[in-house]
Design a protein. Structure first.
Length: 451
């Protein structure tokens, strides 16, 4: 990066940033309190509240949201008459999956091969640290030129909508001229990117029942209806032969006309095994940014170890459906539930329950805030022009904020580039990305204040 006081300040703060991220990663803040203690999430929330207070934030509060989790809020006043910018991140994380598969402990930040490994390092505790770095760099170089609100969510990964409902009940709290969502990522490490679209999401739990109780497969198998087999039939009906998502009544042929995702690069990013085909049709960008995608997240049935020769009386699954911009998530949920019911074989009893939902999002990349961000990223990433890309994941709060504040500009940046492997084993963050994006955010706030 070129010689610039903000650039130099952020570089000098990186050792502190690493130490703070290590403290945050150590909290096992999975917002599923059947798996992890509530105290771990509360510890992370209090850490963030203390960090905001130490930076001079006012009105710092732990907000009890309707889903039983806490979001952290703070307000840093700027010059009189200045614009207001809301900075968003989340401190809750995905479970580490198979802890034994991690090279190093998931809740311990470890440096290896130029990256920092640990659950939440990129998604999204690194985003919290990014916001802190940007503000500290500005304070050390003339001050923060805007009013800043910070909101750090405690249940984004669960999709339970706590902060969305809280914002709807308290619409004045998060009002701002521009919102920076620090929960996205560059298309590739070193390529500055703003995320222009997000797919929405719905989570549906499916229960299939056929018998009053399990039966001996030798005595009854062949005629007794097997609930697990029925469920497998239902789940298989959600994909065409090529793997494309097929939900009755849900369009799946949209095309992405922006930055493209080369197939070989995707295979490498996704670590697809040699000889295994990608699923779906159209370009990779079509499939991951512009079209619906169904995923079976889990199935409740007997594990292989300890299984008995039985016909199963009941089975259930959790299904995720990602829906692209232009598709209403509420309607998509209804179509998914209707599809499951229509494709359940043998008259089996089936019930569906929606347990999470969020709308898709599309940003206005022609807005003044995007021009300010492009200028900032040109300094943070010399020789690189800012790109706009889609993101297949969901941040339900985005659409809520867009609905509550239709005149507010929303930008999405962050640390979740492909090498970060968020939600997977061995999640990591690039310290270079953390440094550059902190510079970009700081310079954006300065540029935007003057625009």
């Amino acid at each position: 990066m070129s010689s610039n006081p903000v650039v130099e300040t952020v570089a000098s703060l990186m050792p502190r940033a690493k130490a703070e991220l290590a403290e945050l990663v150590a909290f096992k803040s999975v917002a599923d309190f059947d798996q992890y203690p509530r105290s771990e999430s509360e510890g992370a929330a209090n850490w963030i509240a203390d960090a905001l207070r130490s930076e001079g934030f006012q009105d710092v509060a732990l907000l009890d949201t309707p889903d039983g989790t806490q979001s952290v809020y703070g307000y840093l006043p700027g010059p009189e008459g200045a614009k207001t910018v809301l900075l968003y991140a989340h401190y809750d994380v995905q479970p580490p999956l198979d802890e034994a598969a991690w090279t190093t402990p998931p809740f311990e930040l470890v440096e290896r091969d130029g990256r920092w490994y640990g659950r939440g390092s990129a998604d999204c505790k690194g985003g919290v640290v990014m916001h802190l770095l940007a503000l500290r760099a500005l304070k050390a170089n003339g001050g923060v030129p805007v009013h800043v609100k910070v909101i750090v969510e405690g249940s984004e990964e669960q999709g339970t909508g706590g902060l969305e409902r809280y914002a709807e009940q308290h619409p004045e709290l998060l009002t701002a001229d521009t919102i920076v969502i620090g929960d996205a990522g560059n298309f590739r490490a070193g390529l500055p990117t703003v995320t222009a679209t997000l797919r929405g999401m719905t989570l549906v739990r499916v229960q299939v029942d056929t018998l009053e109780g399990n039966l001996h497969s030798g005595q009854f198998g062949g005629a007794a209806p097997d609930a697990l087999a029925a469920l497998i039939r239902v789940l298989d009906s959600l994909r065409a032969k090529d793997g494309s998502t097929t939900v009755d009544g849900l369009a799946g042929e949209a095309a992405w006309d922006g930055l493209q995702y080369e197939e070989q690069a995707f295979r490498e990013d996704a670590k697809v095994l040699d000889g295994v085909e990608l699923i779906g049709s159209g370009t990779v960008a079509d499939r991951v940014w512009a079209r619906p995608a169904v995923t079976v997240l889990g199935i409740d049935c007997p594990p292989v170890v300890g299984a008995t020769p039985s016909v199963q009386a009941g089975a259930r699954a959790l299904i995720s459906l990602r829906v692209p911009p232009g598709v209403d998530a509420v309607e998509a949920t209804k179509l998914l539930q209707a599809h499951v019911e229509a494709h359940t074989p043998w008259g089996a009893r089936v019930s569906t329950e929606r347990i999470g939902q969020g709308q898709a999002f599309r940003a206005d990349t022609s807005s003044p805030a995007y021009a300010s961000m492009a200028e900032a990223m040109a300094v943070a990433y010399p020789g690189q022009e800012m790109q706009s890309a889609g993101m297949g994941g969901s941040i339900p709060l985005c659409n809520t904020l867009a609905s509550l504040y239709p005149d507010t500009e929303i930008l999405l940046i962050g640390l979740s580039e492909p090498e970060a492997q968020i939600h997977a084993v061995n999640e990591s963050v690039s310290p270079d990305e953390l440094e550059r994006l902190s510079v970009a955010e700081a310079l954006f706030l300065r540029n935007y204040a003057a625009s």
